[in-house]
Design a protein around this ligand. Structure first.
Ligand SMILES: [Zn+2]
Length: 283
């Protein structure tokens, strides 16, 4: 599998790095090299201090990185901002953070923007970590599934595998083919509880399809996450060969093609609609 790369599909830029976005990208790249992660998907956040244009320039200067733009669906200019991010800045996807940006997953404006992403040929990654604040606001996996079903042409990546609600999410995903998952944060956050076993069970039950590896750097360390995630897989009797494959067999080209300034011109829309990224292994 010489063409298979370790890809971390859930990365942010570290705001504690002083200076411009290019400095934060340089720091990320050095951590990736240290961890043996060859490629990564960077998720822009509107709450960070760098404007999207600056982040896109810095990220796209690195061939190994791809950028998803964060747009708030409640913003009256949301559609224009998403089109601009994809068609002008070469972003490869839409990042939604309903908890941080304070809107409902099941709002009609959310599904309108998610549908638009599908029309533009890019996937959507949505935060789904059920922390206490989010649960107090009525966090429900059903809302995510209904969003995916309302937007069948869009591939919706449920971030953090929905945390401790992973089994609900898995059951809904089995009936909703455009739901995908990333493994970020949860395997480490719930360390010592029964949740990692549920996460591994869900991965197995889905035959490792539609599941992408991610760390949530810098909230969780890049190298630490990779090392500990492989350890969890081994602990649950997913052999080293298979776990290594799992973390290396993400298909970058189907994730979004090569990240570059004019990526859009080389975009294979059909491939993207079918598989924004994919990790496979036999367990
Ligand atoms: Zn994140």
């Amino acid at each position: 599998m010489s063409n298979q790369k370790t890809i971390d599909t859930h990365l942010h830029l570290d705001e504690s790095v002083p200076g411009g976005a290019d400095n934060a990208v340089a720091e990320l790249r050095s951590q990736m090299v240290d961890a043996g992660v060859e490629r990564g998907v960077v998720l822009h956040l509107e709450c960070q201090r760098w404007p999207l244009e600056e982040v896109a320039t810095a990220v796209h200067a690195e061939k190994s990185l791809l950028l998803f733009a964060n747009v708030n669906p409640m913003d009256p200019e949301a559609s224009d901002k998403l089109r601009y991010a994809i068609t002008e800045l070469g972003c490869g996807g839409l990042k939604l953070h309903p908890r941080l940006q304070d809107y409902q997953v099941n709002h009609k404006l959310t599904s309108a923007l998610v549908s638009l992403a599908g029309e533009l040929g890019v996937p959507v990654l949505i935060d789904a970590f059920p922390d206490g604040d989010w649960m107090l606001q009525g966090h429900s996996m059903l809302d995510y599934a209904l969003l995916a079903r309302a937007c069948p042409k869009t591939n919706l990546i449920i971030a953090h595998m929905a945390g401790h609600k992973v089994l609900d999410a898995m059951m809904l995903a089995k009936r909703t083919p455009n739901i995908y998952f990333d493994t970020s944060y949860s395997l480490l956050y719930y360390r010592g509880s029964s949740v990692p076993a549920d996460l591994v069970y869900a991965m197995r039950s889905m035959r490792f399809k539609r599941i992408f590896y991610g760390s949530d750097y810098p909230d969780r360390g890049l190298k630490e996450t990779l090392t500990e995630s492989v350890a969890v897989m081994r602990e649950h009797k997913i052999g080293m060969r298979n776990s290594t494959q799992f973390y290396t067999r993400t298909h970058w080209n189907s994730c979004r093609g090569e990240p570059a300034r004019h990526i859009r011109k080389r975009l294979n829309r059909r491939t993207l609609r079918e598989t924004p990224a994919r990790v496979r292994a036999e367990s």
